[in-house]
Design a protein around this ligand. Structure first.
Ligand SMILES: Nc1ncnc2c1ncn2[C@@H]1O[C@H](COP(=O)(O)OP(=O)(O)OP(=O)(O)O)[C@@H](O)[C@H]1O
Length: 311
């Protein structure tokens, strides 16, 4: 069968995958499908299992149980590997080679590589081709690694924290490149600790927590799973008082404003208005992806005495 013969079939898939690392169940029955033409953001706190999931998909470590397919093949299959691009968190590249030499070498492994000019434009490598890799800054090295990941014209691209350490301009360059690759039908698995990056780029968000999938859906779906609202206002009511009210997750004073994260915005608002008729500059917003993520992955807090009394 031709590789990835069915256009709608996922490019890669984990089904019920379990993987133990030492004493830790790093993946505990994970299902994950990566479609073409979409960015799937894999999110999770440190140690949640993201890198393990990527390494199992890439055949760099085996699954203890469950099924793994990469372009309809086992991940060790060479033909499948030629159709993917990978940018891991750590890359060991020969420091003495010039960027142009590294690019030429990597392009030579692929049957239909992207042109050098396209790689330079997509990864923002202008003026770097003659420089030795080992003499580049960390951010410049990261951009070279990005160029190497996409130079083989991959159908599926694995980007493990690609923008960590990049300045704002370089990060926006990578975002533009990701959008253009996806518009051409490339499937991308992205891990990031920048939630605004997932919010800006991801068609789908998968939240891993202690080796299990905690949420899987669009950014909107994931935000909606957490019924939190963000209330901002100017008020004389002390933040510590509001923090003890039922339904309130956090209350802080930020730049003179009272900022409250609450599950029952209406009751908290009523109480706020009763306590402070002069309250002003009121804004109520749905929680962002960052707040939803924190709510999903934070360890359960013991209830404070004031909350126990109020409950
Ligand atoms: N070689 C190893 N030996 C023992 N435990 C390991 C090993 N590699 C990973 N682990 C454990 O497996 C779990 C998942 O690790 P993993 O690197 O997949 O997390 P992650 O979500 O990628 O984290 P980060 O955001 O820090 O990169 C962690 O608890 C980690 O300590």
């Amino acid at each position: 069968m031709a590789l990835n013969a069915t256009p709608l079939a996922p490019l890669a898939r984990l089904t019920g995958v379990r993987r133990r690392r030492g004493a830790v169940q790093a993946l505990d029955g994970v299902d994950l499908a990566l479609p073409a033409g979409q960015v799937t953001a894999l999110l999770g706190v440190n140690g949640a299992g993201k890198t393990t999931a990527i390494e199992v998909l890439l055949g760099l470590q085996p699954a203890d149980s469950g099924e793994v397919t990469l372009l309809d093949r086992p991940p060790s299959d060479l033909d499948a590997r030629r159709l993917i691009g990978v940018m891991l968190q750590q890359a060991q590249l020969p420091e003495r080679l010039q960027v142009g030499e590294l690019l030429a070498l990597t392009r030579s492994w692929y049957p239909q590589p992207r042109s050098v000019a396209d790689c330079v434009a997509l990864a923002g490598l202008d003026g770097l081709l003659d420089r030795r890799y080992g003499r580049l800054s960390g951010g410049q090295q990261r951009r070279v690694q990005f160029a190497l990941a996409l130079c083989g014209r991959p159908k599926l691209l694995f980007l493990d924290e690609p923008t960590t350490g990049l300045d704002i301009g370089a990060r926006q360059q990578v975002w533009r490149a990701i959008r253009s690759l996806v518009a051409d039908g490339v499937g991308i698995l992205l891990t990031t600790h920048y939630l605004e990056e997932a919010e800006a780029l991801a068609d789908r968000v998968v939240v891993l927590d202690a080796g299990r999938v905690r949420a899987d859906g669009s950014v909107g779906d994931v935000r909606a799973q957490v019924a939190q609202r963000r209330i901002c206002c100017t008020s004389v009511v002390p933040a510590e008082v509001v923090a003890s009210w039922p339904g309130v997750r956090t209350a802080k004073r930020i730049d003179g404003q009272l900022v409250v994260m609450a599950e029952h915005a209406e009751s908290v608002l009523r109480r706020l208005l009763d306590a402070d008729p002069q309250l002003g500059d009121l804004e109520v917003q749905r929680a962002g992806l960052a707040e939803a993520f924190v709510a999903m992955t934070a360890p359960a807090e013991p209830m404070s005495d004031s909350k126990q009394e109020a409950a």
